[in-house]
Design a protein around this ligand. Structure first.
Ligand code: ADP
Ligand code: ZN
Length: 680
């Protein structure tokens, strides 16, 4: 899960509040300071605006005609040309007595401030005009040039941009400081590690009791703790203690939780931070943070460093050369590698890291002496899910009808985080309905909601559309019911949710390997929706986009990844290492590409025709089902059983076979990318 913290805290009432979380207060204060900076800025700008203008009080501006007239009559005493742009006209005694009779001149015969101003267009023309106008005047005035400096505005013009730059810089630094969280909010701390320290003073209340399932992972991780506490036990025989342990698994499976519980169990100091905490916009910061982190850790040894989402820095180096490479991340990673190599095996620092993308990690990170141990944290199976439900139901007020086994069965493919979310969501739903306790229906609604989003009861759907959707969903339901290997249906609704118009829930078997037959049957069932539209209405709609997408991906995977196509044969173009960049070059020839395209569309077409023929054969049943769906909006597996009869394959013989196959698959330690999705 991306935002673990909020998730975890929101979901689990048992979970303690995170220690050392930056509380809201400093934030609010910072906001206040920012307001001041804005205010000062604004005042400075306004001030500058005023100062930028001429500091002399503005005089009446006159036009050329009036000026010429005054010059002709000999009323002008002095013309001062300021900075070669403005002329300031001072009247002589004669002029003053005419235009400003009440104003007294100074001893030199002029007023202190000019009487008029005149804006000059071209300097030459102005001089010429003044000269021409005074041809008949006895003692003509000449233009005097004056340079006037406005010191204040000149200085401000220099200072203000610098000031702005500095203010901007401060704001920037503060913004970064805020991301850094408590205490580290100054630019001087930018190279300091942002790890949170959990030790005996900060009590971490997460223990192994809060982590359900994951037994193997717990044992392995407990061993790590034991390394720290009794190193002699292991080193006595010459063994080396591992330096790094990588927790690998899909998001939300409890990697972070597991690491936190180690802190609670081990009673050694525990530094926790996320890979992205190293990343900053300045080059060199990440590396310096790594150094700082390890220095801190060494002073506290024995201790554990936990780096969540290590792929943020541990991504394979030099892969994205086209996009301009990320030198900063690389140097951070290099520093991490150096630090891990640098401390001796017995220095008592063990690095735990979590990722859900072990495939993209740099190989150097995984080699012996660094993260040489990997603990796989898988999606929980049915037993695990039950236990997770137990953990998260601890604080809830449950009704009598809540059955954990049943819920575990209803939530295949859910991660621990999803289940935590279901529990929380169920509690909220019950509260919304004003109930005293949370009952089974609340949990089921919560599961639906998490799979499909919130019901949108008021999305406008015309009756015709409703009919099409009903047939579409009935098509999925019918085909999957009638095909041996398709997942049996649990429930279909035509209540729009999220951005889908209808949805069907299936009960996927938890299988580790899928046969070609099974995949093919799933494809038929996925195309069943569109096929039903074709069979009933003779036309198809755009409503099958996600079905088509799913089917295309699946067919593609069958042909190019799983080697399930006869024409292509036992070849897989899947690249589990993620090292090849297939976005530019394909690993196969143009000719093979054509074959792949052809085989994919052949496969899909065959599945579609199969779906059509099944639905044509069972047209009555389909219609019955769709009609019921239009009436009731929701139908369940029992309704299908009513219409089509029991599925003949669900006999115990078959189950036994399946179990045997499952066991065999488990023994073969093969992990395959599996696409099981439960809604169509
Ligand atoms: P990850 O780090 O693997 O992405 P988290 O450890 O952050 O996942 O898990 C998120 C939340 O999901 C946890 O806070 C917890 O509430 C719940 N959760 C996940 N796995 C388990 C589990 N095995 N037992 C109990 N709760 C779990
Ligand atoms: Zn569909």
């Amino acid at each position: 899960m991306d935002n673990k913290e909020t998730q975890g805290a929101g979901n689990n009432p048992n979970q303690p509040a995170q220690p050392n979380q930056p509380d809201q207060k400093p934030n609010g204060k910072r906001r206040f300071n920012l307001m001041w900076i804005y205010a000062i800025l604004a005042i400075a700008l306004i001030g500058l605006n005023f100062l930028g203008r001429d500091s002399v009080t503005p005089q009446e501006e006159i036009d050329q005609g009036k000026l010429v007239e005054m010059l002709k009559k000999g009323e002008v005493g002095k013309i001062e040309l300021v900075n070669r742009e403005d002329a300031e006209i001072f009247l002589n005694q004669k002029g003053l007595s005419i235009y400003f009779p009440e104003v007294n001149a100074n001893s030199d015969g002029f007023t202190t401030t000019p009487n008029y101003t005149y804006k000059i267009g071209s300097l030459d023309r102005f001089e010429e005009m003044v000269e021409n106008a005074q041809q008949e005047v006895a003692n003509p005035v000449y233009i005097t040039n004056v340079r006037r400096n406005n010191w204040v505005s000149d200085i401000l013009a220099w200072v203000v941009p610098f000031g702005l730059l500095i203010v901007f810089y401060i704001i920037l630094m503060r913004g970064m400081g805020r991301n850094m969280g408590g205490g580290a909010g100054s630019i001087f701390n930018i190279g300091k590690s942002r790890a949170q320290l959990y030790d005996k003073n900060t009590n971490v209340n997460v223990t192994f009791k809060d982590v359900a399932g994951l037994e193997e992972a717990k044992i392995e991780i407990m061993e790590v703790v034991d390394f720290l506490k009794n190193p002699e036990k292991y080193t006595k025989l010459g063994g080396k203690i591992p330096k790094g342990v990588l927790l690998v698994g899909p998001p939300g499976t409890g990697k972070t939780l597991l690491a936190k519980s180690v802190a609670g169990e081990a009673n050694v100091p525990f530094f926790s931070l996320s890979g992205s905490d190293f990343v900053e916009m300045f080059v060199g910061v990440g590396a310096s943070r790594v150094r700082d982190l390890f220095n801190n850790a060494k002073t506290k040894a024995p201790c554990i460093i936990f780096i969540d989402e290590i792929d943020a820095i541990g991504r394979a180096r030099g892969k994205s050369a086209i996009t301009g490479g990320n030198d900063e991340r690389e140097s951070t990673l290099n520093q991490l590698l150096t630090e891990m190599d640098g401390f001796g095996t017995n220095s008592g620092v063990i690095v735990l890291a979590a990722t859900n993308r072990a495939d993209i990690l740099d190989k150097a990170l995984l080699r012996a002496g660094r993260f040489d141990r990997q603990i796989y944290v898988e999606l929980p199976d049915i037993v695990g899910r039950k236990e997770i439900f137990e953990v998260h139901m601890r604080g809830l007020k449950l009704g009598n009808d809540v059955d954990k086994d049943f819920l575990a069965k209803q939530t295949p493919g859910f991660s621990g985080a999803d289940i935590a979310n279901v529990c929380n969501e169920a509690a909220l739903m019950a509260a919304r309905k004003g109930k005293d306790e949370i009952d089974k229906q609340d949990f089921l609604d919560a599961v639906d909601r998490i799979i499909g989003g919130l019901e949108k009861k008021n999305k406008i759907i015309t009756p015709e559309e409703k009919k099409v959707i009903a047939f579409h969903e009935a098509g999925h339901a019918t085909t999957s019911w009638l095909l041996q290997y398709a997942h049996p249906l649990v429930k279909v609704t035509i209540v729009p949710r999220g951005n889908s118009l209808g949805a069907a829930w299936y009960l996927p078997e938890e299988r580790q390997i899928t046969t070609k037959e099974q995949m093919y049957h799933e494809m038929i069932a996925t195309l069943g929706g569109r096929a039903a539209e074709q069979v009933i209405f003779g036309q198809i709609s755009t409503g099958a986009l996600s079905d088509l997408e799913k089917v295309t991906k699946q067919a593609f995977a069958m042909v190019t990844y799983y080697g399930l196509d006869d024409e292509i044969g036992n070849i897989s173009y899947y690249d589990s290492s993620g090292q090849q960049d297939y976005s530019l070059t394909k690993p196969y020839s143009e000719k093979t590409a054509e074959t792949i395209d052809r085989e994919v569309s052949k496969l899909i077409e065959k599945a579609y025709q199969e779906a059509i023929s099944i639905l044509t054969d069972h047209r009555d049943g389909l219609t019955q089902l769709a009609t019921k769906l239009v009436e009731e909006e929701v139908i369940f597996g029992e309704d299908l059983e009513h219409i089509f009869g029991k599925r003949p394959w669900n006999n115990s013989e078959d189950e036994k076979l399946k179990d045997a196959a499952l066991k065999a698959a488990e023994n073969r330690s093969e992990s395959q990318p599996e696409n099981q999705s439960q809604n169509a």
